[in-house]
Design a protein around this ligand. Sequence first.
Ligand code: SF4
Length: 693
Amino acid sequence: MTEKKVVYSLCCMCTGRCPIMVEVEGGVIKHIWGNPHVFGAKSLCPRGAAGVAFEYDNERPQYPMIRDGERGSGKWRRVSWDEALDFIADKLKTIIENYGAKAIALSDRGGPHTELQKLFLRSIGSPNYFTHHATCSNSVHNAHMSVAGHARNTVGYDYKNCKYMVVFGRNLLESLITGEARNVIEMINSGGKMVYIDVRWNYTASKAYKFFIINPGTDYALALALINVILNQHLYDADFVNKYVVGLDYLRSFIQPYTPEWAEKETGIPAEEIRKIAYEAADAKPSVIFHPGWMTAWNSQDFHFRRAIYILNALMGSYEAKGGIVISKGAGDAGVKIKQPTSIAPKVTEERCDGAGIKYPWIRAQWGMLQVLPEVIETGEPYPVKAYIAMRHDPLASMPDPEVWIKAFDKLDLVVAIDVNWSWTAWYADVILPEATYLERTDNILVRKGLKPQLALRQKVIEPRFDAKSRFQIFKALAERLGKGEYFPWKDEIEMVNWQLEGTGFTFEDFSKKGIIDLTKDPIWYDRNNLKFNTPSGKIEAYSEFLEKAGVPSLAPYERPESPPEGMLRLVSGKVALHTQGRTTSNNPYLNEIYPENHLYIHPEASKKFGVKDGDLVEVSSNGVSEKIRVRVSPYVHPEVAFMLHGFGDPVPVRTRSFGRGASDVRLMKEKLKVTVGGNCPLFETFVKINKI
Ligand code: SF4
């Protein structure tokens, strides 16, 4: 009889890591469900459900390969794992001998499943670990670190109990995480009100109590005007503010010029509506969320805009309040200590090459500024970087101006891509190592932080297809070849997980029952009378001495964003439920069939101006780069905006379904591989022309 089983694991079709239940029959995956034992995870988004199609798609790197032609020529030689790993190790050894281990850089998607690659870097002694966050979310992270001393992802939102939420440009109901979307809907169903602000209508806007199309890049003006009303009309939570907020006098004086009438001229949102938002939020405080957005870095003032948003939350007293911003509780808060693999190796003391934490002291080093790496490679300053490992990360497809990367690669002695996909970066690599997919590997333990912390595990569901290996196997084998095997002392992933659990009373087997381990029955709240913020003052800093000393104002004077030059529109990109991270979804057999390419959304006024109509094929161009895309005309997009979904215009020919379909937003972002004050790239500062083909 054919063996049937159910395996609990974690999805990896996006970065949400939703708990899943996988049905397997005769070694073949039949269906992927949400994990029924986890509240809020009972259903999956379309991407999660398309995990089966992803697994059985043959258009992925199937075996190790070494380049056998020019970089990017697509010429490869199939090799054994030993040959590929020996090749990489020999190159790395030579680089270490000549330039030191710091000449080796690695980037990944970020998140909790980065332990093994970070351990590898630590074991050889390189500080140069980078993440995708440099593209877009660094400013949110660094803003919150400077305001409240917590990483962006160590606070959560108690949506379900929220009474009033103001969301800026974050398509909560479509763009990423199922559980989050569910909780927002629950909030709305229980009478909570959501005000949504964006340059374009989307599904989240459709569920909002009020939706405003804002003039592009003026969100900071709106935030300042809201602070103005809240402070001048004494609408803030005085007890909370007096106890926890530093710099109220500074803030009061700073925001005086930024009245609702002034903001109306900037944002296009009526002054009366701005006042109403402030009053309605104040009536609901502290169960209020001013949502800072997530992956949407708009312009050079982004960092100060995000600081203003977090300050609004502080004025509402919403920190650690029911229905507000909640400081995430980890295993330690439930009295459980989980060992992390990186703790085995000593911390690296060498200076990073990107200046994060040093040249830019307010930009935290843990996520890095990957956009600086091509310049470091080109100039050799502050020191040479000679090898780059892209660990399931595709900067060419996700960062502005991929041509800059391709040029920088020419100066490298080694480019390695470890991936489950044929990424654009892999196409330019010297060596491709096929990683086992999320359904074929076991990762380190995930602590699901929140009011009720849990442990969860991504577990191997089926044996790897083709000649793929897990990241554990890959980095252990590389470390051993470089004489650093002592830092990977475990035989396999199961032994590593059991080591992580030592002293907790739990074992690997405990994940087989429900897929997760609850660490507490009741929610954990910190005492609101005794909150601790990890800032220099221990409080929420509307005025930051640390920033001011570093030459960055606590709040920068508002600057009106540049308008698109005559005959141009501002390029804005976003996501939908079917495609969030193009690299994992655009070539997926199911998702591609439903949504094969992106479109360019423009307002009827723009359609008239450019002489194009709905369905026309156009050339969108900027700074000598052009892409072809079909137009959609919609009254629900700002007249100055050209909107497209991110993740299309795939240039990798072996991804036959997505190859050449639609347009790439990042290729059009010429010369935007820059560092803004918040440490991200200015994603929405590109202007484009449109010509009918
Ligand atoms: S949001 Fe969807 S794709 Fe992302 S982890 Fe959850 S189910 Fe998977």
